[in-house]
Ligand binder design. Structure first.
Ligand SMILES: [Zn+2]
Ligand SMILES: [Zn+2]
Ligand SMILES: [Zn+2]
Length: 157
């Protein structure tokens, strides 16, 4: 294992390293969209380690930043969540991209986050802490296949 040299947090060297890491990280994630439907750039890690997603004017309760796709135009991914699928912020961003002929690609090749199956009909779903689907923005967001949606996440009365 490589040993790391401890540095004073205020040394010029430490600040340079920190800046490099941040910039490197930024560049890599610049076009990535989280499962909540918003750019990874809107996600901030709080001092206690929790995540906050704050896209301009849009309420989002995302607490788990998970990049799921890469978008050509991030401005088309600025929606709110009012349900699952095309009513979810991510689904609405996808629809916006498709109708404008703007490309995007799934980062994991479009695999279901629940069973791993390759699926063309993916469903973005917002969940509460108990993994129950919500009609609004929730702390957890997943993208699952049609089968998993029906079997595991379809709201039952
Ligand atoms: Zn998010
Ligand atoms: Zn969000
Ligand atoms: Zn599945």
């Amino acid at each position: 294992m490589e040993e790391q040299t401890a540095l004073s947090p205020y040394s010029a060297e430490a600040i340079r390293q920190f800046k490099e890491e941040r910039e490197g990280g930024r560049k890599k994630r610049v076009r990535e969209v989280c499962a909540c439907g918003h750019s990874m750039n809107y996600h901030t890690e709080m001092i206690d380690g929790s995540i906050m997603c704050k896209p301009a004017q849009i309420p989002c309760n995302c607490k788990k930043a998970v990049p799921v796709l890469e978008a050509e135009n991030l401005r088309l991914f600025l929606h709110s969540t009012n349900g699952v699928g095309n009513l979810h912020a991510l689904g609405r961003g996808i629809v916006s991209s498709l109708t404008r002929g703007v490309s995007f690609r799934w980062l994991n090749g479009g695999l279901c986050q629940s069973c791993g199956a390759e699926e063309s009909e993916l469903w973005p779903i917002s969940l509460n802490d108990q993994a129950k689907p919500l009609e609004k923005s929730g702390p957890i967001n997943v993208v699952v296949c049609q089968g998993c949606y029906v079997e595991k996440f379809l709201p039952r009365s």
